[in-house]
Design a protein around this ligand. Sequence first.
Ligand code: FA5
Length: 344
Amino acid sequence: MQERLEELKQEALSKVEAASTLKELQDVKVAYLGKKGPITEVLRGMGKLSAEERPIVGQLANDVRAAITEELEKKQEIVERAAVEEKLAAEAIDVTLPGRAVNQGNRHPLTAVIEEIEDLFLGMGYSIAEGPEVEQDYYNFEALNLPKNHPARDMQDSFYITEEILLRTHTSPVQARTMEAHEGKGPVKVICPGRVYRRDTDDATHSHQFTQIEGLVVDENIRMSDLKGTLQTFAKKMFGEDREIRLRPSFFPFTEPSVEMDISCFKCGGHGCNVCKGTGWIEILGAGMVHPNVLEMSGFDSKKYTGFAFGMGPERIAMLKYGIDDIRHFYQNDIRFLKQFKRV
Ligand code: FA5
């Protein structure tokens, strides 16, 4: 029996030695130390032994068990460590490899120009107001002194959703909404950037959907000279210190008097070139003194308050500033076009 135990021990230890996975070790454990294993079998047969032999064999069986268990544990640790090392080796990162360049995006040129204009006016004490793109006929036209059937509505052909609701054709309705919210109390000093829509046929300078930035100042004693000074500051900051401005009489139903502002051509300095079509001047925006009817309709006393307003198209400004010859480039998302504005 002692010999048999010694044999089993050698057998088990050589199987432990040969095992290379946790599964194989587990199999050895079950085979030799399990309830149905040969050592248990030997122990069961001890009843047949003499009283002197029994403790010796018992002791030996326990020693064999302990020896196998110890070797199993040692080997298990080795196998586990090897598995971890193998995993680490497989996941190793070669930090000396050259990195892959990250594709970095940049702001859309139109967004950049709008933000530049916003910053400029925020610096002059304006705040930003916004309004809905799906607008009521009342704010888009009526509150701006354009009653139903007024011929000047033709200047801005609209996308109607119902008789009374349309896609706004300009950002001027935000003027009316802002004044209404002030409940007849000045001062009001806002710019209103946003998208607008018109039934214009798309071409190099027109789009059916474009952006505008509106400006509105209402307070006591606001004069035409305040408007002129503001526009002059804007033109110089946006297009360069040498820029001159020129105001030409124009017509908008919501302003009286109304003007259009030109800036001296930044390319030729006013001598005449292809950008200014030989005139030396470039048209930039529409403006004027807020019509008394508009002030009254939005709850302001036109005897006490006066104001000025202006509206510009950032697409046209961006086109001038960066020499872009077709407005459609802004909307086509051609990466070759957009990449040119990296540092804007
Ligand atoms: C207006 O929309 C007035 N609401 C501006 C205004 C505001 C005047 C406050 C007085 C006081 P106008 O229709 O001219 O005006 O449009 C203003 C600017 O929008 C134009 O100068 C132009 O830059 C731009 N614009 C007009 N139509 C289009 C179009 N189809 N595509 C791109 N830009 C356009």
